[in-house]
Design a protein around this ligand. Structure first.
Ligand SMILES: [Zn+2]
Length: 424
């Protein structure tokens, strides 16, 4: 099952085959369709028989934090308190190379184990930890866009940098990793709250330094946070302006959350072609708010989903997409999503956000073979539901509602297996 077109724009965006096949030549997709037809066209192809499993495009996570796995489930606090009490101490604890390598191994393995093949990763504030993360990301085979997180105020002393150090360390990491295999660098100020004007200015300069760099940060997540930004940057029109002013809003910019957003901001976001990472489980967990999806669509602002671990409730983009659906059901102006929208949001939409839509996101011939195989565990609620479903779309709805990490049996990036149950 895949979405060769955008279901927000087309009624014919969903393609599914009850008995389907995907042919790839080691890296690229040659064909996708009904097994009988495809087999006739490729009689000599080696057969990997996954009868009983569902084949979906690899999931694309547009926002997740490397150093936050250990604080998943840290309940009871809104954003600014959660950051101060739970997040900053946990991120500071991940300083040493060895601890960071172990954490990176676990983090990357969990991404792959959840069927995620590409991710935009908020890194560490600490150079050695971020360097270790990039090293591990390179050998994981996953498509990772990430960067050293920058902040020089309103954090805790262990995480704060200076403009000079930020420039030196970022430049070094860009030269080591940007463009290496599936790795790309994203200039990553934490959020305007933690950044002085000279630091934001530096981010703008860094973005101009090397072609293909990405930019990621947070925006309009929580009401108190928005008010704090207004008081810190009285000269700016709004939160978005604190980035726009420094040349940080463009086609390669990804802004996480964007819940409490004005019409003016949305219209400028649509015009500059930037993207939003929609993180519904995190938005609910921290009580931040409910994503105004219809307004983003009206203004043509591109968005994908992000699990936002550690505020999010796990690495599963099946779960995250379901949360996106539920959020819209709860809003008066909610966009009525269907299973094919969730399929699009979990893969192709993220590929658009990451600037990889020409390479991944669906199974069109010529694209690279990034995919996930999902098989319902025996004697599970999911398998019981699937035995009764009458259509591929109904099965897809059941997968998004019930399938999680334990149902993912294999994950492939560019035709190469990066995770399977057998490897455990
Ligand atoms: Zn985040």
């Amino acid at each position: 099952m895949h979405t060769p077109a955008n279901p927000f724009e087309s009624d014919r965006a969903f393609a599914a085959y009850a008995d389907g096949a995907l042919v790839f030549d080691g890296k690229k997709i040659l064909a996708c369709g009904a097994y009988a037809t495809v087999r006739k066209e490729h009689p000599d192809a080696e057969l990997l028989d996954h009868r009983g499993a569902f084949l979906l495009p690899g999931f694309v996570d547009t926002h997740v934090h490397f150093p936050q796995l250990t604080i998943i489930g840290s309940m009871g606090l809104p954003l600014l308190e959660w950051l101060k009490q739970r997040t900053f101490p946990a991120e500071a604890a991940l300083g040493g190379v060895q601890a960071a390598e172990t954490a990176a191994d676990i983090f990357l393995e969990r991404l792959a184990a959840n069927g995620t093949t590409a991710a935009v990763v908020f890194g560490s504030h600490l150079f050695d930890a971020q360097d270790a993360f990039f090293r591990k990301a390179l050998s994981s085979g996953l498509r990772i866009t990430s960067g050293l997180v920058l902040g020089d105020q309103n954090l805790i002393p262990e995480l704060e940098t200076t403009t000079e150090r930020a420039q030196e360390e970022t430049t070094e990491l860009i030269s080591r990793y940007h463009g290496a295999e599936h790795i790309r660098y994203a200039v990553t100020p934490r959020f305007s709250v933690s950044c002085s004007r000279p630091l934001l200015e530096l981010c703008g300069e860094l973005m101009g330094g090397e072609p293909g760099l990405f930019f990621q940060t947070h925006i309009n997540e929580n009401i108190q946070e928005v008010a704090l930004v207004r008081s810190l940057f009285p000269e700016c029109r709004d939160y978005f302006d604190t980035y726009e002013k420094y040349g940080l809003a463009g086609r390669h910019s990804i802004f996480a959350h964007n819940l409490h957003v004005s019409e003016g901001e949305l219209s400028r976001m649509g015009a500059c072609g930037c993207s939003v990472a929609h993180c519904p489980s995190s938005n609910a967990f921290l009580g931040s708010g409910a994503f105004p999806m219809a307004r983003h669509l009206q203004h043509g602002v591109r968005f994908g989903v992000g699990c936002d671990v550690g505020a999010g409730s796990g690495f599963s983009l099946l779960n995250e997409s379901l949360r996106a659906y539920e959020t819209q059901m709860l809003r008066d102006d909610g966009y009525r999503l269907s299973p094919k929208h969730l399929l699009y949001l979990s893969g192709a939409a993220g590929a658009e956000v990451m600037g990889l839509a020409d390479r991944i996101g669906d199974f069109s011939p010529g694209k690279e073979a990034d995919f996930v195989l999902i098989q319902p565990p025996r004697s599970s609620t999911l398998s019981a539901v699937l035995e009764q479903t009458q259509s591929c779309e109904a099965a897809l709805g059941a997968l998004f509602t019930l399938a999680r990490e334990e149902s993912v049996v294999a994950t492939y990036v560019a035709g190469r297996r990066v995770f399977s149950h057998e490897l455990d």
